[in-house]
Write a protein that binds this ligand. Structure first.
Ligand code: SF4
Length: 371
């Protein structure tokens, strides 16, 4: 089986019932469909709530557009000085090489911009202008290749883009964001891995994984090929209702990532992309999941829970806070929560604390500041 791209093909392979075809055709007319073999094989056809199917099989709910949803939910366009570049943060830019992906995720925040009916890739001239922009902005320390999926490029094409960065002194880091290792792991060939590397500059790779079942033997082997080649691996996960919004699934996913030598990096709150309200959770759900991770799992398993502020204002961490500043007339201190939810004063009101205020009493704020 190859990649399935139409509701009729999905139906033929038992991934959707025949009576759903007309409704899915209406969705497919609007948003690209691609269900690669590697992910189709993971779907339990007997489970109407299968978390892999939920992410990649179109759903009529995608045509339910809410007033708060935005075609450009994280505000890329507002920060695009030239085609293909998004320069939102001073020290880094996104470079969007392609609008094509191996899989079209039903919750994608760039769903209005990705798909085969969009321009396939930056033209040669547009790429030259994007590289010139990077070359003439010495504040750019890091370039992030994103998409579409940059690993959809051939090794030869990727290598030529990576080589361009080798000659730009101020670019020290290149990061690739991709879903290919789980969506099409066989595409991560030794030649593609070689193409990701640049002489004397590190390439980091952020793999998009949302459910532990996505880390199949083939996906793990693809990640190993990159890790063995010295490419540090990070993860990106989107918090998705019905996919990974339980403590069990999120914990299992974070552990599986670490076992694959992938450091959990970001847990994204679902963006306000059109037709994705059925995937979005409350922020408090994400915070509760993060608390569970903090309390029960290794420090290696902790991503940062972030929300992209609509309008292009960037990402902010939105996880729980564990420390609170407490002020009173004569002193200030903090209250810190431990992994069991118990609260502790810091510094403690320990009997052995020497202070002008007397043994065991907290220092007045003024005295503490002057020490
Ligand atoms: S792989 Fe990334 S860019 Fe492509 S559809 Fe999925 S989330 Fe969107």
């Amino acid at each position: 089986m190859t990649t399935l791209r139409t509701p009729a093909q999905l139906c033929e392979h038992g991934l959707t019932p025949p009576d759903r075809q007309p409704a899915l055709a209406a969705v497919a007319a609007h948003y690209a469909v691609a269900v690669p073999d590697a992910l189709a094989q993971l779907i339990d056809r007997a489970d109407p709530k299968d978390p892999i199917a939920r992410q990649i099989i179109p759903d009529p709910a995608e045509l339910d557009h809410r007033p708060e949803e935005l075609t450009d939910p994280i505000g890329d366009d507002a920060h695009s000085p030239v085609e293909g570049i998004v320069h939102r943060y001073r020290d880094r830019v996104l470079l969007k090489l392609s609008h094509v992906c191996s899989v079209y995720c039903r919750f994608c925040f760039r769903r209005e911009m990705v798909g085969p009916d969009k321009p396939n890739a930056l033209s040669k001239q547009a790429l030259a202008r994007a590289l010139e922009y990077i070359r003439t902005h010495p504040e750019i320390w890091e370039v992030i290749l994103t998409g579409g999926d940059p690993l959809i490029l051939s090794p030869r094409r990727l290598h030529s883009v990576m080589n361009a960065f080798a000659d730009i002194d101020h670019v020290k880091i290149v990061r690739i964001h991709t879903r290919v290792p789980v969506a099409d792991p066989k595409r991560v060939t030794p030649a593609l891995v070689r193409a990701m590397k640049i002489k004397v500059k590190p390439t980091y790779l952020a793999v998009h994984v949302n459910h532990p079942r996505e880390l199949t033997a083939d996906a793990r082997a693809a990640c190993s090929r990159m890790a063995d080649a010295g490419i540090p691996l990070l993860s990106q996960t989107v918090l998705l209702a019905g996919v990974n919004d339980t403590p069990e699934v999120m914990g299992e996913l974070m552990r599986a990532l670490v076992e694959c030598r992938i450091k959990p990096y970001y847990l994204h709150h679902g963006d306000l992309a059109p037709g994705t309200s059925h995937f979005r959770t409350e922020v408090t759900t994400g915070q509760q999941l993060m608390r569970n991770l903090r309390g029960r799992f290794s420090g290696l398993c902790q991503p940062t829970y972030v929300l992209d502020i609509p309008g292009g204002h960037g990402k902010s961490p939105v996880g729980s806070t564990y420390i609170e500043r407490v002020e009173s007339d004569d002193c200030t201190h903090f209250v810190v929560e431990d992994f069991n939810g118990r609260r502790h004063r810091y510094p403690p009101q320990a009997a052995n604390v020497e202070s002008p205020g007397g043994r065991g009493r907290p220092l007045p704020l003024q005295a503490r500041q002057s020490r």
